[in-house]
Design a protein around this ligand. Structure first.
Ligand code: GLV
Ligand code: MN
Ligand code: MN
Length: 410
C-alpha cells in the first residue's frame, strides 16, 4: 500500500478543513448547526462524491457516503467519527477519523475492490456536546435514541435550544425520527481517532487498539443563593452562592482521586449571577463531568456531590438543583475486531497497545448496542481539546492500513 499517497490525500483534506473554524488563528471552533459545520459538511459531501460514494446528509446534519458492497442486503460496515469540535480545539479531534474513513473508500476504489457488504463513511453532527452540554447527538439520532422533546429541553449559553438551532440551520426537528437506521442495518462500527492523551506518544507506540471506553455522567448544577450588598451583609447572614459552590467544587477532584484507576471528574464551566465585585452572588451554575470504566464509581461520586450540595446549602437555607445532560455507561469493544487489528499490526510491523479510552466518542454511544471498535494514533505530548493538538499526517496512514485490513476481513 502506498502510504505516501494516503498521507498526501488526507493532509490535503485536513488542511482544507482547518479553515472552517469560528476562531481563526486560535484553534478549531466548529459548533453544531453553525456556518462552520455547514461549510465542513459541504466539503465532506464533495470529497465523498469525488470518491464515487452515494452521498446524503440526513435530517439532523449527519453526512453519510456509501460504497455499495457485493451483497447490499447484508448489514453494512460503517467507519466514521464526528465533524464538530470543542471551543478552540484542535484540527484533528473527530474530523481526522472522518477523513480517514473517506480514504478507506478511496483505497477500495483505487483497487477496483468492493467489500461483501456496503461500506458506509459516517460524519456525525455534534459529538462533543460543547454547545448544548449533551454529547453524541448525531450518532444517537442514527440509533433512534433522541427525541424532539430533548431537542427543546437542551439549550446553549445564549438559551438557544437544539430545536431552535436546528430550525435556524434549515432542518426540521420534527423529522428527527427519520434519522434512525433500521435495526440490523449496521453490522460493525469502526472509528479512528487521535488518542488525546499521552500514553502512546510517551511510550513511542504507533497505534492504540481501544478495548473499552469510559462511561460518563454530565450535569449542570445550579446553586441558588440570594444577592445582597457585599459590604453590609454579615458573613453569617448570607446565602452566598459562590461560597457554597466553591466549597463543593473544591472537593470534586479529590473524590475522583480517591477512586484511582483512571477515574476523573471535571468542573469546566461556571457562571456567576449577577457576577459583580460588590454583590453577594445570587446563583452559580457549574458543569460536572464524571468518567470511569466502572459505572458504580460514577454513581458513587455523583451521590457524594449531591450530599455535599445538600450540606452546604442547608447550612444557609439556600437550595440547589441539577440538570442531567448525559448518562452513558462504559463499553467493552469488539474482541473479534481487536484480534483482527492486532494481527494486522503484527503483519505491518507496527507497535501497538491495547488500551482504554478516557475520552468519549461516537463509538461509546454506538458500542452500547452494536459491534464496535476504535483505533488510536498518538497525540503529541498528549495534548488535545486545545489549539496545539498535533499528530503527524503519516501516523494516520499506518492506522488506515490496519483499518483497510480490518474492513476486508471482518
Ligand atoms: C469528547 O471528546 C469528550 O471526551 O468529551
Ligand atoms: Mn473531543
Ligand atoms: Mn472526538
Amino acid at each position: 500500500m502506498d502510504r505516501d499517497k494516503i498521507t498526501k490525500r488526507i493532509s490535503a483534506d485536513l488542511k482544507y478543513l482547518k479553515e472552517f473554524t469560528a476562531t481563526p488563528g486560535n484553534g478549531c471552533t466548529r459548533m453544531p448547526f453553525t456556518q462552520e459545520t455547514r461549510y465542513a459538511a459541504e466539503y465532506l459531501k464533495k470529497i465523498m462524491e469525488d470518491a464515487g460514494l452515494e452521498v446524503r446528509e440526513d435530517c439532523v446534519g449527519n453526512v453519510f457516503g456509501t460504497l455499495p458492497g457485493e451483497d447490499r442486503s447484508l448489514p453494512c460496515v460503517m467507519v466514521g467519527s464526528h465533524y464538530d469540535s470543542v471551543y478552540n480545539g484542535g484540527d484533528y479531534d473527530g474530523i481526522a477519523g472522518v477523513i480517514s474513513a473517506v480514504e478507506l473508500a478511496r483505497l477500495l476504489q483505487d483497487e477496483g475492490k468492493r467489500l461483501r457488504s456496503d461500506l458506509v463513511v459516517a460524519a456525525f453532527m455534534d459529538e462533543e456536546g460543547c454547545r448544548f452540554g449533551t454529547g453524541y447527538f448525531g450518532s444517537k439520532c442514527m440509533l433512534g435514541q433522541m427525541t424532539v422533546e430533548e431537542c427543546k429541553h437542551y439549550t446553549d449559553k445564549d438559551d438557544i435550544s437544539v430545536y431552535d438551532a436546528m430550525t435556524e440551520y434549515g432542518l426540521v426537528p420534527e423529522n428527527l425520527k427519520d434519522a434512525a437506521w433500521p435495526e440490523g442495518s449496521i453490522g460493525h462500527y469502526i472509528e479512528l481517532h487521535i488518542e488525546q492523551g499521552p500514553v502512546l506518544d510517551a511510550n513511542q507506540i504507533e497505534l492504540g487498539l481501544v478495548n473499552c471506553i469510559v462511561g460518563i455522567q454530565r450535569y449542570i448544577v445550579k446553586v441558588q443563593g440570594r444577592s445582597d450588598h457585599a459590604g453590609t451583609t454579615p458573613m453569617d447572614m448570607r446565602q452566598d452562592a459562590v461560597n457554597m459552590a466553591a466549597k463543593v467544587i473544591g472537593k470534586i477532584g479529590d473524590m475522583a482521586k480517591a477512586e484511582g484507576s483512571g477515574t476523573v471528574a471535571t468542573v469546566g464551566y461556571m457562571k456567576v449571577t449577577p457576577s459583580a465585585m460588590n454583590v453577594v452572588a445570587e446563583s452559580v451554575d457549574f458543569s460536572i463531568d464524571i468518567r470511569s470504566t466502572d459505572n458504580a464509581i460514577i454513581d458513587k461520586i455523583a451521590s457524594q456531590i449531591w450530599a455535599e450540595l445538600d450540606r452546604e446549602t442547608q447550612a444557609t437555607g439556600a437550595s440547589w438543583s441539577a440538570d442531567s445532560k448525559l448518562t452513558i455507561t462504559p463499553v467493552d469493544l469488539s474482541p473479534a475486531m481487536l484480534d483482527i487489528m492486532e494481527e494486522s499490526c503484527k503483519e505491518h510491523g507496527y507497535s501497538y497497545l491495547r488500551m482504554p479510552s478516557g475520552a468519549g466518542h461516537d463509538a461509546l454511544a454506538i458500542g452500547q448496542s452494536l459491534d464496535t471498535v476504535m483505533i488510536f494514533v498518538p497525540s503529541k505530548d498528549g495534548r488535545s481539546h486545545c489549539p496545539v493538538e498535533y499528530t503527524p499526517y503519516e501516523a494516520f496512514s499506518k492506522a488506515i492500513e490496519v483499518l483497510y485490513d480490518l474492513i476486508n476481513r471482518v
